[in-house]
Design a protein around this ligand. Structure first.
Ligand code: SF4
Ligand code: F3S
Length: 78
C-alpha cells in the first residue's frame, strides 16, 4: 500500500483524496492517512501531493519508515 508521511502534517492539502479512485484516504487530526487494506496501489495519489508526502511502502525513505505503522494504527488492527 501507499503511505502518507510527515510532510502532510498541518498541510493537509487534500488533493490526494480527489485523485484516489477508491476513496481510501481519510482525514485524521493533523494529517491524512491511507487505509492499507483498501489501497489498490494505483499510485495516482503520489504525483498530486504538493509536498511529496506519499510513498510506496517498500520504498519509504529510512527516516519516514515509521509512518507505515502510523497509517496502519490510525485504522486499528485488521
Ligand atoms: Fe488511493 Fe491509489 Fe493512492 Fe492507494 S495508491 S491511496 S488507491 S490513489
Ligand atoms: Fe497530505 Fe499531500 Fe494528501 S499534503 S492530504 S498527502 S495531497
Amino acid at each position: 500500500a501507499y503511505v502518507i508521511t510527515d510532510p502532510c502534517i498541518d498541510v493537509k492539502d487534500g488533493d490526494c483524496t480527489v485523485a484516489c479512485p477508491v476513496d481510501c484516504i481519510y482525514e485524521g487530526g493533523r494529517m491524512f492517512y491511507i487505509h492499507p487494506g483498501e489501497c489498490i496501489n494505483c499510485g495516482l495519489c503520489l504525483s498530486v501531493c504538493p509536498v511529496d508526502a506519499i510513498s510506496w511502502d517498500e520504498e519509504i525513505p529510512q527516516d519516514r519508515v515509521q509512518f507505515k505503522a502510523v497509517n496502519q494504527d490510525f485504522f486499528g488492527p485488521d
